[in-house]
Design a protein around this ligand. Structure first.
Ligand code: HEC
Ligand code: HEC
Length: 210
């Protein structure tokens, strides 16, 4: 997976920005990531105190798509989206599409780090049943499916997954007309009946981590 991401990222980058002389693409991506580190951590592990998600090892196509959404305001632009509003200006420090691709490939190449569990009160057995509706897009083991534009949900902080499901439910995320993939996710979050159902499905997803 790691190598596939790297090879794919590298070929896309060659097309996007041409050869960068001296530094390798990976080093350029690493240098750009220096700015992100203060919030997402040196290993991309996220930070509950800063409310930043783990991003290490996420699929490069998903990272790139999210950074582009933040840049154009399709995500992180709603007045009630306090965390998204903090990320949005950070995405705009990336000056070009080439830089977005470089930093995305670098983050995707990092080994995933499973953040500690923080959530209480979720029932993974009930969550397993609810997760059946998610499989079509996120895959049997929540590994993500590129053809559905749906990311891996593995090795992610439980509080972040809960927060995003609530955002999709309230329309803070996935309701912008520019957000064509978020719009596909929204009805699935709304189909979760209540807060307990959100906690249950997240508790099940957490059991799938290594
Ligand atoms: C000031 C702190 C801060 C900095 C610096 C920062 N981020 Fe973020 N980032 C956040 C927060 C907060 C979120 C969560 C937004 C939300 O809840 O929707 C986030 C979300 C993300 C996501 C979405 C992950 C997902 O699973 O959907 C990606 C990708 C991301 N950041 C990448 C980056 C990159 C790359 C950089 C450097 C260019 C960066 N961030 C710099 C705070 C930051
Ligand atoms: C029809 C396809 C589809 C189904 C079914 C689906 N999702 Fe999604 N999901 C998506 C897509 C596409 C995204 C990425 C949205 C974006 O680009 O912002 C997403 C994003 C997410 C995110 C945000 C991840 C992150 O890193 O920010 C969570 C959490 C999530 N889905 C959970 C679920 C759960 C739980 C279910 C089942 C109850 C589910 N999804 C069902 C398509 C789907």
């Amino acid at each position: 997976m790691k190598w596939r991401n790297r090879v794919l990222g590298a070929s896309l980058l060659l097309a996007a920005v041409g050869c960068v002389s001296g530094e390798t693409q990976h080093e350029r991506g690493e240098a750009l990531y220096g700015y992100c580190e203060q919030c997402h951590g040196d290993a991309g592990q996220g930070n509950a105190d800063f409310r930043t998600p783990a991003i290490a090892g996420l699929q490069d196509w998903y990272i790139e798509a999210q950074l582009q959404k933040f840049r154009i305001g399709a995500r992180g632009d709603h007045p009630d989206d306090l965390d998204g509003l903090r990320m949005r200006p950070m995405s705009r420090t990336l000056a070009t599409d080439g830089e977005v691709a470089l930093v995305s490939a670098y983050v995707a190449s990092l080994d995933p780090v499973d953040p500690p569990d923080t959530m209480v009160g979720g029932d993974p057995v009930a969550g397993r049943v609810l997760f059946n509706t998610c499989i079509e897009c996120h895959g049997e083991r929540a590994e993500g499916r590129r053809d559905k534009s749906a990311p891996s949900l593995l090795n992610q902080s439980d509080w972040y997954l809960v927060a995003q499901l609530h955002k999709f439910r309230s329309g803070i995320r996935g309701a912008d007309t520019l957000d064509t993939t978020g719009i596909q996710m929204r009805p699935n979050a709304l189909a979760l009946e209540n807060d307990q159902a959100v906690r249950d499905v997240v508790a099940y997803i957490e059991t799938l981590d290594n």
